[in-house]
Design a protein around this ligand. Structure first.
Ligand code: GLN
Length: 474
């Protein structure tokens, strides 16, 4: 498949057209979506109208933005005007948002063509897309395995060559983990860099929207387009989007890279081997490798599984049968709400709401939620200490390559452990990138993770690009 930057160049120059690039994407979606269950909704007509309008503007000699005519897949927790938005939950079935998420408006301004909404774990809770109310997505690299989650549909759309770009959301790893399992680049930006307006909230203090792409350059291009201050999100950083594409080839000469024991320990041997070879590649490119231990990272998972469910229990209270989607009738309002939520939410979402409500309840607040917030502060301080010794950190993205369907569905703890290496960055609000490096068991891709301090995306892209070249993916 052509890269996003090549498509934009060809469409702008008239060598290709937005309509024909869209046809390529739609043909691939038609050919494989039935089998892989990636898109929950394909907006063929809307996409064709967008593409035709772009082609007319180009014929009139207009300069379109950096994503001219590039088809993009959107995770189905992003609101798009008039387009069904489900969060892969029965509770939202039939709901059509009356507004666009800010990221979608920015894609349109840049000339991109949104083609449809992709499958996810219900309300972004999960690591395999098996928690979707609309069936799991298959990993295009090996259809007996999961694509990861919760942005599994977005990752699979890019891996299956349906679109060169996709947006996901990452609360505890949901962009980076599926990127690793599908052989893609996935970015969790600095908290506040990308507007969350129109992203259906899971855990508001952790959620960030970010890119899933085949290569580092396209990821930088897409992040540049969606980043930057938005007055509609009160947590948005008060500054314009940073320049990222121009730094992709900066290299890592003279940089100190912290190889963190706690971001490798417990990973399978094939994953560990890839991380070690990634360290060698960075060293060969002129970086110094510093071995670090950050014991606080081990506490991240426990803190996350109190903070994220606590916030979710509050955020998901709005799905009450009154305002959105599904309603199951009852004798009075209370029984209507109970029946609606009983029928509308899946098992994992109910588990999170109960966990979160318990952690926040009077008498337990200090022992659970309060303790978790303290661990969060310890994590932030631990990162800050690590950055005295290193410019950025290196570790694994996930403990294993893509796993088989059903391997972790009966044991929620086993599934939660998929995010043990990705969660610390969310707790700290700091950026991290997963980049494919090497091949693991069964010939499947391994993702390695680069983590940096707030607003260090340009540095992380430069590091990821060094690894991409060393891995022969230039
Ligand atoms: N897998 C983690 C969870 O289930 C992270 C999800 C996410 O980042 N949205 O909560």
């Amino acid at each position: 498949m052509k890269s996003a930057s090549d498509i934009a160049r060809d469409v702008q120059s008239g060598t290709s057209s937005a309509a024909s690039e869209l046809d390529v994407a739609l043909a691939q979606i038609r050919a494989r979506n039935g089998e892989l269950n990636i898109f929950l909704y394909v907006d063929e007509e809307g996409a064709q109208r967008t593409a035709a309008a772009l082609d007319e503007r180009i014929q009139r000699g207009e300069q379109i933005g950096p994503l001219a005519g590039v088809p993009v897949a959107l995770k189905d927790n992003l609101c798009q005007t008039g387009i069904p938005t489900t969060c892969s939950s029965k509770i939202l079935e039939g709901w059509r948002p009356p507004y666009n998420a800010t990221v979608i408006d920015r894609l349109l301004v840049a000339g991109a063509v949104p083609v449809g909404k992709t499958n996810l774990d219900e309300f972004a809770m999960g690591s395999s897309t098996e928690n979707s109310a609309f069936g799991p997505t298959l990993n295009p690299l090996d259809t007996s395995r999961v694509p990861g989650g919760s942005s599994g549909g977005s990752a699979a759309a890019v891996a299956a060559d349906m679109t060169p770009l996709a947006l996901g959301s990452d609360t505890g790893g949901s962009i980076r983990q599926p990127a690793a399992l599908c052989g893609l680049v996935g970015v969790k930006p600095t908290y506040g860099l990308v507007s969350r307006y129109g992203l259906i909230a899971f855990a508001s203090s952790l959620d960030q929207i970010g890119p899933l792409t085949k290569n580092v350059r396209d990821a930088a291009l897409l992040l540049e387009v969606i980043a930057g201050h938005d007055p509609l999100d009160s947590t948005s950083l008060p500054e314009p989007a940073p320049s990222l594409s121009s730094h992709v080839n900066d290299g890592v000469a003279g940089k100190r890279v912290g190889l963190v024991r706690e971001l490798i320990d417990g990973a399978d041997a094939d994953v560990m081997a890839s991380v070690e070879r990634a360290a060698d590649a960075l060293r060969e490119a002129g970086a110094t490798i510093v071995e670090l231990s950050v014991p606080e990272f081990r506490l991240g998972l426990s803190a996350y599984y109190l903070i994220a469910p606590a916030e979710a229990s509050s955020n998901l209270a709005r799905f009450d049968g009154v305002r959105y989607g599904l309603r199951v009738n009852g004798d009075d309002v209370t029984s209507m709400m109970e029946a609606t939520r009983t029928a509308g939410f899946g098992e994992e979402v109910k588990r999170r709401i109960m966990l979160g409500t318990y952690a926040l309840s009077a008498g337990y607040f200090d022992a659970y939620y309060g303790q978790a917030l303290k661990v969060r502060t310890l994590t932030i301080n631990a990162f800050a200490r690590a950055y005295h010794q290193a410019d950025f950190l290196l570790g694994a993205t996930t403990p294993s390559v893509a796993f088989a369907f059903g391997a972790k569905t009966s044991d929620p703890m086993a599934m939660y452990l998929s995010d043990v290496f990705t969660i610390p960055s969310n707790l700290a609000g700091e950026p991290a990138i997963s980049v494919p490096f090497g091949t693991g068991d069964a010939g499947l891709p391994v993702g390695v993770q680069l983590l940096g301090p707030g607003r260090s995306e340009a540095l992380l892209f430069a590091g990821a690009r060094v690894l991409e070249i060393a891995d022969g993916r230039s």
